[in-house]
Write a protein that binds this ligand. Sequence first.
Ligand SMILES: Nc1ncnc2c1ncn2[C@@H]1O[C@H](COP(=O)(O)OP(=O)(O)O)[C@@H](O)[C@H]1O
Ligand SMILES: [Mg+2]
Length: 369
Amino acid sequence: MTLSRLGIHTLRNLEAVNLRPSPRINLIYGENGSGKTSVLEAIHTLSLGRSFRSHKHKPLIQWERDRFTLFAQVRHGGAEFPVGMERHRNGDVSFKVSGKPVGSVAELASVLPVQVIDAHTFLLLEGSPKIRRQFMDWLVFHVEPSFFPAWKNAQRCLKQRNSLLRRDRIEPSELAVWDRELIELTQRIHECRLRCIELFEPMFLSLLEAFIPLPGVSISYTRGWDKSKEYQQVLADNFERDRQLGYTQSGSHRADLRINVEGQPAADVLSRGQQKLVVCALKIAQGYVYAQQTTGQCIYLVDDLPAELDANHRATLVEWLERLNTQVFITGVEREPLLADWRDRAEVTTKLFHVEHGTVSAEAESALQ
Ligand SMILES: Nc1ncnc2c1ncn2[C@@H]1O[C@H](COP(=O)(O)OP(=O)(O)O)[C@@H](O)[C@H]1O
Ligand SMILES: [Mg+2]
């Protein structure tokens, strides 16, 4: 999928933005505070109903305005269709795809998949398992259709089970009902994740191998409960402890995807620059697997690239993005370093945008030479 048009109205400091992005590389430069990240936030919000910067919706609405509106023309294969959303200060929200209201964010996310690479992403290796689980589940969501319903139902079962655990008297038959469903869903979630990791791991390792000499890199997936036991057994064995804690300790909600170097956590061994590149490889490998397993392409949003990677590491990421053959939006403060990364890649259609005090203007193609 690519955006052939993008409209942003009264989102943060962006008053009225209308762009015709390149189907490939879009470079967005401007001073700090000019509105670059806000452009990426707008695309992300159109895709997932929320920004990557904050889960709160109100800060996105321009001060003293009562709503923001987003619009895009999406190209997928030979077809083109509009996607739009509007969010009001009073909490009202509407999403539309091809003029028809869309009920859930999950539906929206499958229409317009996006990947973000920003300063926060680089915490993937050292951050909490939750961040890595979310990272892993992005791909699982997009390539395993049975994953999302199972995940959603498992969340519901866990909530019910946990509230039951906190009661003074627990009716065994009541608990058994939730356990039975949870066991089945947990197994299904684990199998979906496992299938995805089997596709993902070789892709990630081959990307890395071609670009950075890091011997001994491996991925370790842990499913969230003792690998020597059935989940049913774990629930039974942990019952007293779960009851004391008031929640279910083990399960697919505790899964993790760790990156090791020679058996040590990557965050403990690699330099900052290497870690950032490993994170980029993780993100790009997902885009490759996504493209391989579906009919679409995901859009990449890369915030403040020159600030995050030095020229060498940037060149590697640029090479990966180019080969991915997808639509990319990259921001940076200075025009020159951004342009320099793409100048010698004449075969890639690149557009340059300048952001100034919330207005975005396209530069003439001749400016790219
Ligand atoms: N709700 C809002 N309404 C109006 N302006 C906002 C709002 N939220 C943030 N801003 C302003 O929007 C500007 C854009 O920020 P940002 O997109 O992060 O800039 P950049 O990425 O170019 O540094 C900032 O100057 C910020 O103060
Ligand atoms: Mg920014």
